[in-house]
Write a protein that binds this ligand. Structure first.
Ligand code: ADE
Length: 230
């Protein structure tokens, strides 16, 4: 895997990544800015997709169709929905699920996407490499749930945890997963925990404080992963 697509959702995440890579070329496709970076023997194309599943999916499809990536890695921040996962920890996705996908009326389980299923598996080779990475933060391996909602209510977080055994929530990973799955492109999602839904619904305070610094952690993790990818 030599051509690696790197998707982030937010400006803070983009800036954290840009600080760590040497940009050799910049170009635009539609409204999106792409940064071609050299990292050792790899060509990485970094892009900020914007928030949410549609933005993430169309960005992944552009990386696949127009830029011929060998794999796609999504990094960024997430909210913990597990009592075992704390702010500062990192979650490596083994599987992704869309917690807001609902065809229950047609007898499908919550999260079930026709022709895809409920869970989408991250690439086993990339997961295996990620498993061995040691950083200062605690690293968890498990299910990441995505949906077009910033989860602030404890009850919603608990529901997502119970239903899908998810460790954290974010708004893009499973859309990238579905796009890659349908195009047969390996993918991985790495998220650093910036907040945790709570009763007071004040996790935006945590979020703003932590997002910039948490973004740095997922970039550090990513660099170590890039060192290992063959
Ligand atoms: N990304 C970071 N924190 C999040 C949350 N609580 N809900 C959804 N996406 C997030």
């Amino acid at each position: 895997m030599n051509r690696i697509g790197l998707i982030v959702a937010m400006k803070e995440e983009l800036n954290a990544a840009l600080k760590e890579f040497e940009v050799i070329n910049e170009f635009k496709i539609f409204d999106l800015d792409f940064y071609e970076c050299k990292y050792k023997d790899k060509t990485c194309i970094l892009v900020q997709c914007g928030v949410g599943k549609v933005n993430a999916a169309r960005c992944a499809q552009i990386l696949i169709d127009k830029l011929e990536m060998d794999c796609i890695i999504n990094i960024g921040v997430a909210g913990s929905v597990s009592k075992y996962v704390n702010i500062y920890d990192v979650v490596v996705g083994e599987k992704l699920v869309q917690h807001d996908f609902d065809l229950k009326i047609f007898d499908h389980k919550r999260g079930h996407i026709p022709n895809v299923g409920v869970y989408m598996d991250c690439d086993p080779y990339l997961v295996k490499l990620a498993k061995d990475i040691k950083i200062d933060s605690k690293v968890h391996l498990g299910t990441i749930a995505s949906g077009d909602i910033f989860v602030t209510e404890l009850a919603m977080g608990e529901k997502i945890n119970n239903k899908f055994n998810a460790l954290c929530v974010e708004m893009e990973g499973a859309a990238i997963a579905q796009t890659c799955y349908l195009s047969n492109i390996p993918f991985l999602v790495i998220r650093s925990i910036s907040d945790s839904p709570n009763k007071e619904a004040n996790n935006h305070i945590n979020f703003d404080d932590f997002v910039e610094e948490r973004s740095k952690v997922s970039v550090q993790f990513l660099k170590q992963l890039l060192n290992k990818i063959k």
